[in-house]
Design a protein around this ligand. Structure first.
Ligand code: AMP
Ligand code: MG
Length: 337
């Protein structure tokens, strides 16, 4: 199949919306990362997403709507707290897990009786939802297991020939996927995947915000995942990724022992002037690190890196999202010096 590259103009957005309405899948920009969008209520279209990504069938897709008020059409009940959080954080990078109704087929929810609802703020995504008239199921647009896509070019790399089109909406603003939360009781939430809506931001509106232990520790053997995505290897470039906690001095000494041609380091912006080995930088603060992380992991593959040492980021605020993606890219391999 030929994959068309569409632009952010009236005609092309109409084309993208028509393709989705007619059961095809399209790469679309959002403020988090690029998604692979299809009509969430059309099981055949949704199956095409799983096939194109090579995604395990039990890993559910997030459903994107134009307004939170549309959530009543796809869910069986919505707690008060969900409305309160939506009022403060939607549109934006927050996904709320709610009980689904029959308009969300089991293939979309990965066999669960719940559905993750998100209201994206990206104007292109918003317009495509409106023009298509569909709830749009959209996982991250990468091949399963690889780093997520933060540009149309990355989507083309992974999906050329497998999907109908990609809409170029520029670089993704946040660069990591949405915060995924489940509501617990009347006034608490559990973070299943950290993102740019942080624990601290949610705490302003909830009695308690629990970070699921699998966010940082991974799952114990035979443990049931609170979110199916926790089970799978994610965000991995071809290179072996190893995260190192410690000072820049200790990091540099550690890295010095390895082959200089095939070893790369991912360090904080500003540190490169004192660092004598192959490296890329991924930002000076957590928001920048979120923005650049996946792009850098993809660049490291292009450079032919076989081994990548990463300076461990802060796990505070948005940093928790960055740390979570990196620890998974590293297969939970962390060296503490
Ligand atoms: P992605 O589609 O790549 O952004 O990944 C979506 C993430 O949200 C995966 O980790 C899913 O397991 C998780 N997710 C989506 N829907 C649900 C749900 N109904 N219950 C729990 N986790 C969900
Ligand atoms: Mg993903």
């Amino acid at each position: 199949m030929e994959t068309k590259l569409l632009q952010n103009n009236k005609k092309d957005l109409q084309t993208a919306a028509e393709l989705i309405k007619n059961g095809n899948i399209v790469g679309i920009p959002t403020e988090t990362v690029y998604g692979l969008g299809a009509n969430a209520s059309d099981p055949e279209a949704v199956r095409k997403i799983f096939a194109a990504k090579g995604r395990p069938a039990d890993n559910p897709l997030i459903v994107h709507l134009a307004e939170f008020s549309d959530a009543v059409k796809y869910t069986s009940s919505i707690p008060e707290l969900a409305y309160k959080l939506a009022e403060h954080f939607c549109p934006g990078p927050l996904t709320i897990i709610l009980p689904k109704n029959d308009r969300i087929p089991m293939v979309t929810s990965g066999g669960l009786d719940t559905v993750g609802i998100r209201i994206p703020s990206h104007p292109v995504m918003h317009r495509i939802i409106e023009l298509s008239g569909c709830a749009i199921a959209a996982p991250s647009a990468n091949t399963s297991g690889l780093p997520s896509c933060t540009s149309a070019e990355h989507v083309m790399k992974d999906m050329n020939g497998k999907i109908s089109a990609v809409v170029d909406g520029g670089q993704s603003k946040f660069g990591v996927e949405s915060t995924v939360i489940a509501i617990e009781g009347d006034d608490s939430v559990r973070i299943l995947r950290p993102g740019c809506i942080t624990k601290e931001m949610l705490e302003k509106y909830c009695a308690e915000v629990i970070v699921d232990h699998a966010v940082l520790d991974g799952l114990a053997e035979n443990e049931k995942a609170a979110s199916p995505g926790m089970k799978y290897k994610h965000y991995s470039p071809k290179a072996d990724v190893i995260m190192i906690e410690g000072s820049l001095h200790d990091f540099t000494e550690y890295v010095a022992r390895f082959d200089r041609d095939t070893t790369y380091s991912l360090i904080f912006t500003g540190e490169e002037k004192d660092f004598p080995y192959n490296c890329l930088t991924y930002g000076a603060d957590s928001l920048e690190q979120a923005h650049y992380l996946f792009q850098r992991l993809r660049e490291l593959d292009e450079l032919g890196a076989e081994r990548v040492f990463v300076r461990a980021p802060s796990a505070e605020g948005v940093g928790l999202a960055v740390y979570n993606r990196l620890i998974r890219a590293a297969g939970f391999e962390v060296i503490r010096i």
